[in-house]
Design a protein around this ligand. Sequence first.
Ligand SMILES: [Zn+2]
Length: 407
Amino acid sequence: MTESLAQSLTCIDCGATHALGYRLACEKCSGLLELRYDLGRLARTGPTVLSGTGLWRYAAVLPIADPAHRVSLGEGGTPLLDCPRLARELGVRTLLIKYDGPNPTGTVKDRSSATGVGAALQFGYRATSVVSSGNAGSSIAAYSARAGLRSLIFAYERASAPKLLHMAATTSDLVIYQGVYDDLIGHWDRLADAGLFFDCGASRNAYKHEGKKTIAYEIAEQTSWSPPDVVVAPVAVGETFIATARGFREMREAGWIPRVPTMVAAQAARANAIVRAFRAGTSITPLKIGYTVAEGLAAGDPGRKGDWVLRLLREQAGLAGEAEDDEIVAAQRRLARTEGIWGGPTGVATLAVLERLLRDRALDPDQTICVVVSETGLKTEAEPPSRAGVAFDEASLRTLVEERLGR
Ligand SMILES: [Zn+2]
């Protein structure tokens, strides 16, 4: 089993270094913490330090020390799909989709659930909790069940039926709350601070956050350590975006890859606090938001992680973009028809954002562009097509088939 090379928790604001432990904020300035690793060792070993398959192949750059705490349902190792037909439609030279729908609960969240619930075991907690629009809830619930822990899942009242069913099936305690994520998260954070449960939210826990870094490691490995020019990642509060960006940076610093991709932060237009601030060159003003079809992106107040996303975008010459709900639904259909990939609206918002950035000529299409599609479409609630059937005899069936296939 691979050793974890995690060394410390470092404050992203004041740079103070803390010993590894369960801490949600810097003791000196209350800033957010990020995990730091022995990059010298990574530089010396190169990718030979990796072993096995799936997410825990990257255990060296994850913060779970004891292999017994590395909870797994078979997450990670998702495909990086070259999409030539879609690339032609969009006028892009090379388009890659990092499709995270095949994860055990159908979403990228399984990466952070594996390390989040693993950390709950590592620090001796008996119960986890999360406030969720659906995907995080079912994922944390499933991983908690797998680890033998209780999970207290607070679910958005407008969560899709398939997501609600999945949460109800896997959690020990499901609570439906009124309103949106922003309405509950402040109260919930204080209960997490009091240690009533292990924080499996997206806002502060560096251990949970860390699992998503494996997206970057997988993309790099799947491109033979020559990563794409651009990576488009979804942003609600910013966990996936920040973790992916740092994964690439670690590999660059360890000399595994020659350069880091340009990171694009993708938001739903109905929850676009970071995009607005990026464009205006200001700090983030929290938004009061309503429903967006991209449920998982429905955060109007991304909090301090939102500030972190903005800082990364500015320091590293990134880009931010948004897409309207109808554009997201159109992108969902287009991806299914052209490449056979059925992502959910939360997952394909990135593709809709890419389409808009290309239309606006904000991105050079003559590059290799990778889009993270973060969830399966199988948990999407939508009107099915008409069920009105037709009775056939053999002759009418043959006529229909010949007509449809143009014979
Ligand atoms: Zn600090």
